[in-house]
Design a protein around this ligand. Structure first.
Ligand SMILES: Nc1nc2c(c(=O)[nH]1)N[C@H]1C(S)=C(S)[C@@H](COP(=O)(O)OP(=O)(O)OC[C@H]3O[C@@H](n4cnc5c(=O)[nH]c(N)nc54)[C@H](O)[C@@H]3O)O[C@H]1N2
Ligand SMILES: Nc1nc2c(c(=O)[nH]1)N[C@H]1C(S)=C(S)[C@@H](COP(=O)(O)OP(=O)(O)OC[C@H]3O[C@@H](n4cnc5c(=O)[nH]c(N)nc54)[C@H](O)[C@@H]3O)O[C@H]1N2
Ligand SMILES: [Mo]
Length: 693
C-alpha cells in the first residue's frame, strides 16, 4: 500500500491536507495528513472523493451538439475535430464582433490550484485571444468583498482558527461550520472550546447540524434581517454601558454617527430589542440576553457566515458585524475576530499561472451575467455577447433565475465548456470537452489557513480526458499563440517554477510531505494596528476602523451602516433560504446517487406553516415565486423557524411538461435583482408561497 498526500480541492475552500491509502489502482481509504496538526479534520466529501472519480457518467470523449440546446443530443468526437471546431468558432466570433463578444463563465469548481485553476487557465487563454468580457465579484462574497475595504481598508481580514484557543465566547452568525467547513481546522477547535465550557451561540433561521452538535444556544432570526438584530444588540450594549469607549475612541472613526442612528437621534426610531423583534422574529428578551453575554465576555470571536451577505442589504450586515466587534473591543485582539469571514488572510507565498490583463478591460457583475448576455449594450452593459466560454462552473443551474439563464444560453451563437459531467450548463453548450479530476494531476493548492498543499496525482487520467491547462495549450497552438500560453513549460515545469518563486525550501520534500506550514498559525488580523495604530494605520481615510464612510455614501449607500427594510407580500408570504448541502459542493456531487440519498431534496417547513396549508410530512408541495415553480416533498420540522422555509441549493434542474421544476433546483425560484451597491447575490432573500400539490 502507498500513502499518497493529496489535497481535496472542492470549492468549500477548506483545502484539506489528506492522504490516499492506495493499492491496486484503488483508494482504500482517505485519512488526514498528520503533518497538518491535530486540529485538521477532513469531511465526508473528501473521504468519499472516489465516488466522483469512478462515477459511471464521467465524460470521456469530446462532445459536439447535434440536437436542440438542452436536448442532450451530442455526437462523440475526436479531440482534433472538437478543438478545430472550437478554434474556428472563436476565430469567427472575434472577426465578426471582436473578442469581447466572448463572456467568461465559471471559475470555481476546482479553482484553488495554482496551475489547474479553473479561472487562471481560461482567463490566460482569453487574454491572449485578444480579450473577453470578464466578471467582477463572485456568487460567494460580492457584498463582503465590496463593503469590507471601506471599513477595514482591506479584504485581508479574519483570524487563524488556532488563535481561537483564547476565545471566551463564540458567535457563529449564520455560519454552518459543521456542514460548510470554513477551513479545515475550525470545527475541531470549536468542539474543544465547547468541551471546555465556552459558549457557542449560533444565530440562524434553521436548527442546523452546527446548532445541534457544536452550538450551546440557538438564536432564531429571519433571513436578511441580521442588520436589525445587530443594531438592537448594539442598542443594548450602549444602554448597559457595555461598549469599550476607550477602544472605540482610539481605533475607530465615525462611531458617533452609528450611535446616533441606534439611539434614534437621527431618524426618531430607537433600535430597541422590541423594534428588532418585529423585524427579525427574535424575541426581545433573547436579544437582551445575547447583548449582555456578548458585552460581558471578552474576548469574543464573532464569526459570520457568508450567508448574511447573500441577502438584500447584505452589505449592511457585513459592516455592522465589524461595528459590533469594534464596539466590544474585539478586533485585532487574540481570541477575538474582525467580524468578517473566518479568514481571508494570505497563506504562504506561492507562484501561480500568470493571468495577463484583459486587453479589453471589460467586466460585468457575476450575479447579473444573463442580463449582460440578453441585453448587451442596449441594456447598459459594456459589450454585446455572442459566445460563452465556461470552465469549472454550472452557472446555468447555479445562477439565479434558471429560466432566464436558459434564455441567455439559447441566444448565443456559440458556447463551449470543459466538464467532468453532463451538467445542466453542459447540456446547453455546443461543445463539451472532458476534463480530468484533481486526483488525476499534480497541483499545488492553497489551503484555508496559513499553509499550502502539494496534491499528488493519485490516478492516471481516465481514457481521453485532458486537464484544462492541456486543453488550452492545444487550442492556443491552433490559434497561433501556443508558445505564449505555455511559455515552453511542461505542467511539471510550471509547478517547479512556482515553488522556486516561493518560500517553500525544497520541491521534492514538499511533494512528499504534501504540506508546507506558514510560520505563524495563530494570526489575528489587525493585531499590529491595535498594538500601534500610528505606526500601522489601516488603509482607510481615517487610518482607523471606518464605521462611518463618506466614500461609501458616494457609492450609493448610507455612510454608517443601517437596516434596509425587507418586504413580504400577501402573494409570497414565506421567506425562503437556499443554503448548502452537506453532501454536495454547490451542484457538484448531485449526479452521484450515494451523496444524493444521504440528504434528499425536501422543503423544510415549520409545523404551524404546514398546518395552515394542510401539508404533512412527505406530501408533495408546489413552491412558487415570481420566477417559477418547484414541485418537491415537504419535510415538516421544528428545526425551521416559523415563517421561513428552506430548500438546499445545488440540485440539477429538470422540468416537467408544464414547465414546473421537479428535482428541487432552487434557482428556478430566485431572482437576479442583486443587493446593492455591490451587485451581489441575494439567494437567501427569496419570497415564496407554498401549497399542497
Ligand atoms: N457542504 C458544503 N460546504 C460548502 C459549500 C457547499 O456547497 N457544501 N459551498 C462553499 C461555498 S462555494 C461557499 S461560498 C460557502 C458559503 O457559506 P455560507 O454562505 O455561510 O453558507 P450557507 O449554507 O448559504 O449559509 C450558512 C447558514 O446560514 C443560514 N442562513 C441563511 N440565511 C441567513 C440569514 O439571512 N441570516 C442568518 N443569520 N443565517 C442565515 C443557513 O440556514 C445556513 O445554515 O460555503 C462553502 N462550503
Ligand atoms: N440558490 C443558491 N444559488 C447559489 C448558491 C446558494 O447558496 N444558493 N451558492 C452560490 C455560490 S456561493 C457559488 S460559489 C456558486 C457555485 O456554482 P458553480 O461555480 O457553478 O459550482 P458547481 O455547481 O460546484 O459547479 C462546478 C463545476 O465544475 C466542474 N469541475 C470540477 N473540477 C473541474 C476542473 O478541474 N475543470 C473543469 N473544467 N471543471 C471542473 C464540476 O464538475 C462542476 O460541474 O453557486 C451559487 N448559487
Ligand atoms: Mo461560493
Amino acid at each position: 500500500m502507498r500513502r499518497i498526500p493529496f489535497a481535496c480541492n472542492l470549492d468549500c475552500g477548506a483545502g484539506c491536507a489528506l492522504i490516499a491509502e492506495y493499492e491496486n489502482n484503488k483508494i482504500l481509504r482517505v485519512t488526514e495528513n498528520p503533518l497538518a496538526g491535530e486540529y485538521l479534520a477532513g469531511c465526508i466529501r473528501g473521504y468519499q472523493i472516489d465516488r466522483a472519480q469512478h462515477a459511471q457518467d464521467r465524460l470521456t470523449k469530446p462532445l459536439i451538439r447535434t440536437g436542440p440546446r438542452g436536448s442532450g443530443e451530442y455526437k462523440e468526437t475526436t479531440w482534433d475535430e472538437a478543438l478545430d471546431y472550437v478554434a474556428s468558432n472563436l476565430l469567427k466570433i472575434r472577426e465578426q464582433y471582436g473578442p469581447e463578444a466572448v463572456l467568461h463563465l465559471g471559475g470555481s469548481g476546482a479553482s484553488r490550484g495554482t496551475l489547474h485553476n479553473t479561472k487562471n487557465t481560461v482567463v490566460r487563454f482569453l487574454s491572449l485571444y485578444g480579450g473577453y468580457t470578464g466578471r467582477f465579484f463572485s456568487y460567494s462574497t460580492a457584498a463582503t468583498t465590496y463593503a469590507t475595504p471601506f471599513v477595514l481598508g482591506t479584504n485581508q481580514a479574519g483570524v487563524d482558527a488556532d488563535s481561537l484557543e483564547n476565545s471566551k465566547l463564540i458567535i457563529l452568525w449564520g455560519a454552518n461550520v459543521v456542514d460548510n467547513r470554513f477551513g479545515s481546522l475550525l470545527e475541531k477547535r470549536l468542539r474543544e472550546l465547547k468541551s471546555r465550557g465556552v459558549k457557542i451561540i449560533v444565530v440562524e433561521p434553521r436548527r442546523t447540524r452546527t446548532v445541534k452538535t457544536l452550538g450551546t444556544d440557538w438564536v432564531q432570526v429571519y433571513p436578511g434581517t441580521d442588520s436589525a438584530l445587530m443594531l438592537a444588540v448594539l442598542y443594548e450594549l450602549l444602554r448597559n454601558d457595555l461598549v469599550q469607549r476607550d477602544y472605540i475612541e482610539k481605533y475607530s472613526f465615525g462611531f458617533n454617527r452609528l450611535e446616533e442612528y441606534v439611539t434614534g437621534e437621527i431618524d426618531g426610531v430607537p433600535k430597541t430589542p422590541e423594534w428588532a423583534e418585529a423585524i427579525c422574529g427574535t424575541p426581545s428578551n433573547r436579544i437582551r440576553w445575547l447583548a449582555k453575554l456578548y458585552g460581558e465576555t471578552h474576548p469574543t470571536a464573532l464569526i459570520p457566515g457568508l450567508s448574511i451577505q447573500r441577502t438584500l442589504g447584505g452589505e449592511e450586515a457585513v459592516r455592522l458585524s465589524v461595528a459590533l466587534q469594534t464596539a466590544t473591543g474585539n478586533i485585532g485582539v487574540t481570541g477575538g475576530s474582525s467580524g468578517t469571514y473566518i479568514s481571508t488572510l494570505p497563506g504562504p507565498a506561492m507562484g501561480s499561472l500568470p493571468m495577463p490583463e484583459n486587453p479589453k478591460g471589460i467586466e460585468v457583475p457575476t450575479y447579473t451575467w444573463p442580463h449582460a448576455v440578453l441585453e448587451g449594450k442596449a441594456g447598459g452593459f459594456p459589450s454585446d455577447i455572442k459566445a460563452v466560454y465556461n470552465v469549472g462552473g454550472n452557472y446555468l443551474n447555479q445562477g439565479s433565475d434558471i429560466k432566464l439563464n436558459i434564455k441567455a444560453f439559447e441566444s448565443l451563437e456559440f458556447s463551449v465548456c470543459h466538464e467532468r459531467f453532463l451538467t445542466p450548463t453542459a447540456l446547453y453548450c455546443d461543445v463539451v470537452l472532458p476534463v480530468t479530476t484533481f486526483l488525476e494531476r499534480d497541483d499545488i493548492i492553497r489551503g484555508g489557513g496559513n499553509f499550502i498543499l502539494y496534491s499528488n496525482k493519485v490516478y492516471d487520467p481516465i481514457s481521453d480526458v485532458k486537464s484544462d491547462y492541456e486543453i488550452f495549450c492545444l487550442l492556443s497552438e491552433r490559434m497561433g499563440f501556443g508558445d505564449a500560453y505555455s511559455e515552453g513549460r511542461t505542467m511539471d515545469g510550471w509547478l517547479r517554477k512556482f515553488v522556486e518563486d516561493s518560500e517553500v525550501p525544497d520541491y521534492e520534500e514538499f511533494k512528499q510531505n504534501g504540506i508546507h506550514l506558514g510560520l505563524d498559525q495563530k494570526r489575528t488580523a489587525f493585531s499590529d494596528f491595535i498594538e500601534d495604530p500610528d505606526k500601522y494605520p489601516l488603509n482607510t481615510p481615517s487610518g482607523k476602523i471606518q464605521i462611518s464612510s463618506e466614500t461609501y455614501a458616494r457609492t450609493g449607500g448610507s455612510a454608517f451602516p443601517v437596516y434596509k427594510p425587507v418586504s413580504l407580500s400577501e402573494e409570497y408570504p414565506l421567506r425562503m433560504i437556499t443554503p448548502k448541502s452537506r453532501y454536495r459542493i454547490n451542484s457538484t456531487n448531485y449526479n452521484i446517487a450515494w451523496f444524493r440519498e444521504r440528504e434528499e431534496q425536501a422543503l423544510w417547513i415549520h409545523p404551524v406553516d404546514a398546518e395552515k396549508r394542510g401539508i404533512t410530512e412527505g406530501k408533495q408541495v408546489l413552491i412558487s415565486s415570481p420566477q417559477g415553480a418547484v414541485l418537491i416533498e415537504a419535510h415538516v420540522t421544528e428545526d425551521m423557524m416559523e415563517g421561513v422555509v428552506c430548500l438546499l441549493e445545488g440540485a440539477w434542474m429538470r422540468f416537467n411538461d408544464e414547465g414546473v421544476e421537479v428535482n428541487g433546483s432552487v434557482n428556478v425560484l430566485t431572482s437576479t435583482v442583486p443587493t446593492l451597491p455591490s451587485h451581489g447575490s441575494r439567494t437567501h432573500s427569496v419570497n415564496v408561497q407554498v401549497q399542497l400539490a
